[in-house]
Design a protein around this ligand. Structure first.
Ligand code: FAD
Length: 397
């Protein structure tokens, strides 16, 4: 893996930087820099801008709309997006179901779904978890019974991120209860507008609405929406999870988070001195930065593997654990830095309320981010489960 920047890489970096400077809409940038809750439209508009340039899916094979970049170029691209604080790519279509479709689906399914994922005309959500089936996902009960050329689906999904915006949901469903749990699962693509689907919000402790319950009541799904073979859904589901986990590391976003943390610690004082000059606080920030650099190199190794055509292996669990621990630690230190001013939590301060914030404006976002980031060690498969995977698949214990 050679990651030293050649002249061509530096020229590429300039090209990416110039493109972002010219094309990143000022209103979206203002919302992201202020840390207020982003709109669906912000994500879609930014993804469409990247798509128009042909840059929305660097990880995809070129024949399906990927860029054909080297691992170094992909790294540079991510770095520049992170540094400019652009909206993250919503993963459900581009990073999750897209690779499943181009790897396992029929030609007709590829032609139908992939272009609309690339253009962000379809917003996808992930219907894996159910009440009682999270870590033990293979115990899922949502049932699909085949009747002629359709499946009749009944059951419920939970923690479905951004289902309130979704046009489609990719679902794991049970098509056979008589065989080993894993062998009776199928992978279905379901139109969220189909009669019988109800979405109910779950409001999280930061006051946000990201996750939902989804109920499926006699939903009719054409058989042509089955991916691959009936009963083989577990194989596609695991393939997808590898892609999901390697995407959770968020290195460039954490770099931005540490820069923001340093700015807060410069503004706050302790015994009349800037907090950032306090030895004990500074040591914690520096340690975090060292951990992040180590994570970055692990991510680069994964990128290098992927650019040789190898999918993410079980080491994506390491990226998931370390990446999420760092994201959480950054928000913990931000609460420590903001001190009492992190306490008066007014969610409306995040949405541009006309009341002034209590204390400095950066402190209004510190507690909600801290609470929101508790999710990262749970979603995408909890960190305890990732440790089990590393024990078995990497260490062979
Ligand atoms: C914010 C958020 C967004 C999410 N988005 C989605 C989504 O869009 N789509 C979707 O399908 N799912 C989503 N999830 C669900 C997520 O994948 C599950 O929450 C996760 O897999 C854990 O399952 P669980 O909540 O049922 O916890 P449980 O499985 O009940 O686990 C409870 C605790 O026990 C531990 N535990 C369980 N089994 C073991 C074991 N064998 N060894 C050691 N420890 C164990 C777990 O680590 C955890 O700490 C989301 C979750 C959150 C919090």
């Amino acid at each position: 893996m050679d990651l030293s920047f050649s002249a061509a890489d530096l020229a590429f970096r300039d090209e990416v930087r110039a493109f972002i400077a010219e094309n990143y809409p000022a209103d979206i940038k203002a919302r992201f820099d202020a840390g207020v809750e982003p709109l669906k439209e912000d994500f879609v508009r930014w993804q469409k801008i990247l798509h128009a340039k042909g840059w929305v899916a660097p990880a995809w094979p070129k024949e399906y709309g990927g860029t054909g970049w080297t691992s170094t170029q992909r790294y540079i691209f991510q770095e520049e997006l992170g540094a400019a604080n652009t909206p993250g790519i919503i993963p459900f279509g581009l990073a999750m179901v897209g690779p499943v479709i181009y790897t396992f689906a029929t030609e007709a399914q590829k032609q139908r779904f992939l272009p609309r994922i690339l253009s962000s005309d379809d917003w996808w959500c992930q219907g894996y978890s159910e009440p009682g089936s999270g870590s033990d996902l293979a115990s899922l009960k949502t049932k699909a019974v085949r009747q002629g050329d359709k499946y009749i689906v009944n059951g419920s999904k939970t923690w479905t991120t951004m289902a309130q915006f979704a046009d489609w949901i990719f679902c794991l469903v049970r098509t056979d209860s008589t065989v080993k749990q894993q062998e009776g699962i199928s992978f279905l693509l379901i139109d969220m507008k189909a009669p019988g689907i109800t979405v109910r919000p779950i409001i999280t402790m930061d006051g946000g609405h990201e996750v939902n319950e989804v109920f499926l009541d006699n939903v009719e799904v054409p058989v042509e929406n089955l991916i691959g073979q009936e009963g083989q859904g577990w194989t596609y589901a695991k393939f997808l999870l590898g892609h999901e986990r390697s995407g959770i590391a968020a290195v460039s976003r954490s770099k931005k988070g540490i820069a923001r943390l340093r700015a807060i610690a410069k503004a706050e004082t302790i015994d009349g001195q800037p907090l950032i000059e306090d030895d004990s606080f500074l040591r914690k920030v520096n340690e975090l930065e060292i951990d992040l650099t180590a994570l970055e190199y692990t991510e680069l190794r994964t990128l290098a593997r992927e650019s040789q055509g190898k999918g993410p292996g079980p080491e994506s669990s390491i990226l998931k654990i370390k990446g999420t621990e760092i994201q959480q630690a950054i928000t913990e230190l931000a609460v420590e830095a903001a001190g009492y001013y992190a306490m008066p939590f007014n969610r409306r301060a995040m949405d541009g309320a006309n009341e002034p914030t209590v204390g400095p404006s950066y402190a209004a976002f510190v507690a909600p981010s801290y609470f929101n980031m508790r999710k990262t060690s749970i979603y995408g498969g909890s960190n305890e489960i990732q440790k089990n995977i590393i024990a078995k698949m990497v260490l062979g214990l």
